[in-house]
Design a protein around this ligand. Sequence first.
Ligand code: FAD
Length: 538
Amino acid sequence: MLRLTEIKLPLNHDEKALTAAILSKLQINAEQLHSFTVFKRGFDARKKTDIQLIYTLDLEVENEAQLLATFASDQHVKPSPDTSYKFVARAPAELAERPIVIGLGPCGLFAGLLLAQMGFKPIILERGKEVRERTKDTFGFWRGKALNPESNVQYGEGGAGTFSDGKLYSQVKDPKHYGRKVMSEFVAAGAPEEIMYVSKPHIGTFKLVAMVEKMRAKIIELGGEIRFSSKVEKLHIDNGQLTGLTLASGEQLHSKHVVLAVGHSARDTFQMLYDQGVHIEAKPFSIGFRIEHEQSMIDECRFGPNAGNPILGAADYKLVHHCSNNRTVYSFCMCPGGTVVAAASEPGRVVTNGMSQYSRHERNANSAIVVGIDPERDYPGHPLAGIALQRQLEEQAFKVGGESYHAPAQLIGDFLKGRASAGLGEVKPSYTPGITLTDLTQVLPDFAIAAIREAIPAFDRQIKGFAKADGLLTGVETRTSSPICIKRGSDYQSINVRGLYPAGEGAGYAGGILSAGIDGIKVAEALALAMLDADSAT
Ligand code: FAD
């Protein structure tokens, strides 16, 4: 197959234009072009009145070798790389032991799926409930019912990204095309085909829920086992070698091969790991607020007269500002046409995040606007000090919000002028169970408030209206990434506990659904190869 890149066509081009562009680029006739597929489709919206679609195409053509020779010096005409996934191992018919995966978020899901596909029949332990039960608990909390600390936005089947925008892109280097494996498994589980080729794919909450169920069924069909309400409370470590674990129920399981994919919110589990001597280091993360504007304003600013075009969908943005106080403020986890959600997993604490449905049809755009912080400057002295800081900020937000899980909020105009808000404008808050209008300077450190105050007007220069007075800030955003890193070596095992494979976002090796899935694949491969080695040594 032959790959063509950078084929540019106007946004509203007709169907035949793509074929015509291929023929014209390669100087061939229609008979020589047997077929083609779109590998990627992005767009360039820098000129709003002339938005261009940019295609990467894979072609079956006559005389491929000859064409490649003719275009040898053209970097946009090359052989298509093989992006298909190849398993690295196959389990023996008689397994000496079964690997265990702790956590059924995207990382644990893909680690478990890959191990099952290779024949290793993993046991997957998830502290939360299966996804439908979990949905009831989570949506119940958003409607004002009590928070269930074991079944919420962070915990349960599907992990933290289940009730999300389902953005599926990442900046991780992926030379082995593991991301394609993640995407193709998602499509097999019911995700829209377009996620394979659009440049910024997303799935949305309800589709994710159904997909997670299908992937669970596949793992079970392949001999895997999934246990819900199974919180791991203790590891068995014998002379630096993991030998098994104990569940909250008291049950003990034995395995020398355990994937630890517990996400960034498993604070009690991090404490347990630290107490048991697993090597943990503090790492940087970010703190801030969710910002809400009307989506129509963002669409208009990004796409001008093409706002609302279904190919473009709801517009997103990505913003960065380096502040005079040496801090960096940036937008994170932007959710076009979505809602701000209550993302708490611990009683007496308030934390925000964002989600949307596949349609992205809600009235507001939301995004985290956060300030980077690091252990050296902001929480020195202890590997878990970042968690203590998160808890302190989330507790303060709970207090200022009125101790009812309402989130403290402030109009942008009031925030910039340094006065408490008393009433809403055009932008209606989407956060449930509700907001408490207040003065947000009470909930973040002074340096963070100063940095965000400086950044918002700077962002307004890129997106006109970003600083509009009745836009809304809701807080606090504290879980942009893990505050710790559970160090692992090049064999993917903990640097001081053999057989323990720290993985995914919680361990500091991923940030988002796609990269967590990719890390799950990498770790499953390393674990499978290590199990085969151990097997052949006995
Ligand atoms: P997690 O998904 O956190 O999964 C860890 C799992 O481990 C959990 O299910 C937890 O219950 C379980 N667990 C924890 N401790 C134990 C224990 N002791 N025993 C047993 N089980 C345990 N990312 C994107 O890429 N795109 C988005 O649009 C997006 N939106 C988001 C919206 C929201 C509301 C949230 C909260 C997150 C969002 N993210 C998004 C981030 C994304 O969800 C995470 O990066 C991703 O889920 C991390 O995957 P993971 O498998 O490493 O961890």
